[in-house]
Write a protein that binds this ligand. Structure first.
Ligand SMILES: [Fe+2]
Length: 234
């Protein structure tokens, strides 16, 4: 058993949960929504050849910025440049993964950071040490849409999963709400990562690659989710 569990002095606890920002109805209940698997693949030769930066988030990770606050190959938060995580500019990596650029553009929503994450294997015990909530809405005016994140899995890791937990009354992750989103190739999902605690459990032997994009909540993102989500059984 893992001995680690976040406590009230974890930095994530200070990140706001309740704000007036407009949010998506589709995420209201659980904080996440699973989409249909992607109907295209990004060739490994393309995403493996990108320029990756040493940036640790959620484990032993490297990131290739596809869009950033100012178009530079920079993994820092947009807030370092006084900017909310939207209105991003494509970096020099973007043209090297045209399917990714086209995919993000076609959503039609305002997007922030677009990055490909390379995550080295980590067991559940190791992963739990990195469980956290994101500070996606720093500097976001309260009348503008709540920033959430979407994933597209580029490598095929059916035994790996995104571990999600909602908050308990104490503001710490509530283990009884655990969800495991499977990470096979083409898996796609949208998560309110400022609300849900999250980390990826990846027991494989090779790195896992995925596309992560910040999107502003609003009519465009809502319509896209409705068109792309796994139909709910009735
Ligand atoms: Fe995160």
């Amino acid at each position: 058993m893992s001995s680690f569990w976040p406590t009230l002095d974890h930095w994530s606890v200070q990140i706001p949960l309740d704000t007036p920002h407009p949010r998506l109805a589709q995420l209201a209940e659980t904080g996440y929504v699973v989409l249909r698997d992607a109907d295209f693949e990004v060739p490994p030769a393309q995403y493996e050849a990108l320029e990756y930066m040493d940036w640790k988030s959620g484990g032993d990770t490297n990131f290739a910025p596809i869009a950033s606050a100012d178009g530079e190959l920079d993994c820092r938060g947009f807030w370092d440049k006084g900017k909310t995580d939207k209105d991003a500019l494509w970096t020099s990596n973007a043209a090297r993964v045209p399917a990714v650029q086209e995919y993000v553009d076609k959503v039609g929503a305002n997007f922030g950071r677009v990055r490909i994450i390379k995550l080295e294997p980590q067991s559940r015990d190791e992963a739990i040490r990195s469980i956290h909530r994101d500070d996606n809405n720093r500097f976001n005016p309260e009348h503008e849409g709540w920033v959430v994140r979407s994933w597209l899995e580029l490598t095929d890791n059916p035994d790996s999963y995104m571990l999600l937990m909602d908050n308990g009354p104490d503001g710490l992750p509530d283990a009884s709400t655990e969800v495991r989103v499977p990470l096979h190739r083409g898996a796609r999902f949208v998560v309110d990562t400022q609300r849900l605690w999250h980390v990826v459990v990846h027991p494989g032997t090779a790195p896992r690659y995925a596309l992560i994009t910040s999107f502003e909540s609003g009519p465009a993102l809502s319509s896209w989710i409705d068109a792309e989500r796994v139909p709910v059984a009735v």
